[in-house]
Design a protein around this ligand. Structure first.
Ligand code: B12
Length: 216
């Protein structure tokens, strides 16, 4: 059985300790980026498929998500770096409830030495702009899972492009991998489709697949 399938079964059975042990063993020979991209993300995508096909209930999906969330928090590299000088604000726009991907993005910025303010999903634009005004981030990273979140991502990205610290605005999440995103023009924002491209962007200012969409 594939590793991510085994792990998603542990998630579904609510086996926190076993899931944590599984992930810690994986980390003996893999990076955090591999943990997120190759193990946790496919495990959660499988949960989504089982849910869509009515093979698991909403309660089981919630349980699986809670165990994934626990494992993610328990293994994160909070002790490493994370004191700046660069600062990243990481959150989801109002209405968005998915946040597992966001937590991975926050962890990756920390691992790369950024000071991070991770504010979870569903953050109203006014509050987000207020905090950015005070805290002056270098990067604002936004995530959306559903296609109908695209207009909100665009609104947020455009608003941040005009804040005082003139942050780089990154947009990611399942929504940007959908074809409808190609029609959406976001002035000044960088679209980053996966964590490898995010690390590339952090290190070089460019991602292999990033599109800086310049027309409004
Ligand atoms: C868990 C879950 C929920 C939980 C979320 C709780 C939580 N703590 O996050 C709850 C129950 C709240 C939920 C609700 C809903 N969900 Co839901 N959910 C999921 C599920 C099973 C897993 C999500 C997840 O954690 N994925 C794992 C993460 C790591 O993946 P990711 O977000 O894509 O992130 C990766 C990349 O995209 C990237 N990334 C993400 N953000 C960013 C940001 C930046 C800047 C960068 C660089 C990269 C990046 O990094 C990650 C690393 O690989 C997915 C299945 C799936 N395929 O994702 C469905 C799924 C996304 N949900 C779906 C649906 C339909 C819904 C609801 C509408 C259901 C309903 N009828 O109420 C609501 C909408 C809620 C809302 N308003 O947002 C559908 C969406 C289908 C579609 N048409 O788009 C999915 C695909 C399930 C399915 N197969 O049908 N959901």
């Amino acid at each position: 059985m594939h590793e991510s399938t085994q792990l998603s079964d542990l998630f579904l059975q609510g086996q926190e300790e076993e899931a944590l042990k599984y992930v810690q063993d994986f980390l003996e020979s893999h990076s955090y980026e591999q943990l997120y991209s190759e193990l946790l993300t496919p495990a959660m995508y499988r949960i989504g498929e089982l849910w869509e096909q009515n093979e698991i209930s909403v309660a089981e999906e919630h349980l699986a998500t809670a165990v994934c969330d626990f494992v993610l928090s328990a293994t994160e590299l909070r002790n490493k770096a994370g004191n700046g000088p660069k600062k990243a604000m990481v959150f989801g726009p109002e209405g968005e409830e998915h946040y597992i991907g966001l937590k991975m993005v926050a962890a990756l910025f920390r691992e790369e030495g950024y000071e991070v303010r991770y504010m979870g999903p569903n953050l109203p634009l006014d509050s987000a702009l207020e905090l950015a005004g005070e805290w002056q981030p270098d990067v604002v990273a936004l995530s959306g899972a559903l296609a109908h979140r695209l207009p909100a991502l665009k609104t947020y990205a455009e608003a941040f492009a005009h804040t005082g610290s003139n942050p780089a605005v990154l947009i990611g999440g399942r929504a940007v991998t959908l074809s409808s995103f190609a029609d959406l023009h976001v002035k000044g924002a960088v679209v980053v489709r996966e964590l490898g491209a995010l690390r590339e962007w952090i290190r070089t200012g460019k991602g292999p697949n990033d599109d800086t969409l310049s027309t409004g």
